[in-house]
Design a protein around this ligand. Structure first.
Ligand SMILES: Cc1ncc(COP(=O)(O)O)c(C=O)c1O
Length: 357
């Protein structure tokens, strides 16, 4: 006997990456930023007046929304602040998709999307990516034919890190009958010379919502803060109807605002990650380990049948990386770009494990 709804009883939950207590572990398994957040965050925490907590927080995080709107050249009505990007995904699902209506995504993708679809009791339509992680031709017409209401697309893609050009994103949004949720959790790490700014597509894509996360680019994974950018008609029902009354707490609002305001600090971290991404990519190539061309803060390395044993071997050496026991990924490891010292340790342990295999 279970009290759960049938779809909840039948589903498996999201499996997070391991979070060890031991701070000496080199943690390259959940794509956290290896550098600390803006010094303004530390100052704010030190000087925070606890009596402020007596009162409820600003319900819609208006100061944060105003700053994000200025940064992206949109209006405040185009922004919603959420408890991590994950809350935006849940809001999109519960606001726009009736139970039983199909939800679209690629395979592979961020493994939370199918979990959220199952919670809402929605069938999942998975479009397999091509071998080089590109979108297959005819994707939009397949999703339309299946009656999909919302499609989740992550760009840069997880877990490969590859970046889809904006004209493809716009083409997909144009062709889809439903909403396109463009998940840009990792976009801060894209090379600036790509001039990649999906926000400027919003004028032409009335059915698109962009997800941004403060977890990776702003080193605030522990805070749980993200935001959505989109046409006011799509943001408004989430902002005024489906969001929890006070979804982001007052401390989180202040910290996220201070971190977003310190673009100089954040962009120094993005640059350092990009430099290390390039160095790691070259080091893997020298070891004859293929990696997808990543524009994110992680690399997907193809290691063949030894991937699970390398995952275990690295773990025994105090280095966590991510292994996915899922079709098409069992020969690969997803490795977050760490500090130069962490990456050196990773490379030397891998070098030791590989010939011994
Ligand atoms: C592809 C993708 N989207 C969204 C998120 C959600 O990020 P957060 O809820 O930490 O902002 C993550 C987190 O790992 C992710 O990998």
């Amino acid at each position: 006997m279970t009290w759960e709804r049938d779809n909840i009883a039948a589903m498996a939950g999201y499996v997070s990456g391991e979070q060890p207590d031991n701070i000496d572990t080199i943690k390259l398994n959940t794509n956290e930023n290896p550098y600390p957040p803006s010094p303004a965050v530390g100052r704010l925490l030190r000087d925070f007046d606890a009596t402020v907590l007596r009162r409820y927080p600003p319900a819609r995080a208006d100061r944060f929304r105003g700053l994000a709107a200025t940064l992206h050249g949109v209006k405040r009505e185009n922004i919603i602040a959420t408890r991590g990007g994950d809350e935006l995904l849940r809001l999109v699902m519960t606001t726009f998709v009736d139970p039983g209506v199909p939800v679209g995504m690629t395979y592979p993708t961020y493994s939370l999307y199918p979990v959220l679809a199952r919670i809402q009791d929605c069938p999942v339509v998975e479009i397999p990516l091509l071998d080089d992680w590109r979108l297959p031709p005819g994707m939009a017409s397949d999703l339309n034919a299946a009656g999909v209401k919302v499609t989740f697309l992550v760009n840069p893609h997880a877990p490969s890190g590859t970046l889809r050009p904006l004209d493809q994103v716009r083409g997909l949004a144009d062709e889809l009958n439903g909403i396109l949720l463009l998940d840009e959790a990792y976009v801060d790490f894209v090379d600036p010379d790509q001039r990649h700014d999906a926000v400027r597509l919003l004028d032409q894509c009335p059915n698109m919502i962009i997800l941004r996360s403060m977890s990776k680019g702003y080193s605030l994974a522990g805070l749980r803060f993200g935001y959505g950018i989109g046409p006011s008609g799509l943001i408004e029902p989430m902002l005024n109807k489906t969001r929890d009354s006070y979804n982001v707490d007052v401390l989180a609002q202040e910290i996220a605002t201070a971190a977003l305001d310190d673009q100089r600090h954040a962009s120094q971290g993005w640059m350092a990650v990009r430099e290390e991404r390039q160095r790691l990519t070259a080091a893997f190539a020298a070891m004859h380990i293929p990696v997808a061309q990543s524009q994110a803060n992680f690399l997907l390395a193809t290691l063949g049948a030894r991937a699970p044993s390398l995952h275990r071997g690295l773990r025994e050496s105090g280095i966590l990386v991510r292994y996915f026991d899922a079709p098409g990924l069992t020969d690969k490891l997803r490795i977050t770009v760490g500090t130069p010292e962490e990456n050196d340790r990773l490379l030397s342990h891998l070098g030791r494990l590989i010939p011994a295999d």
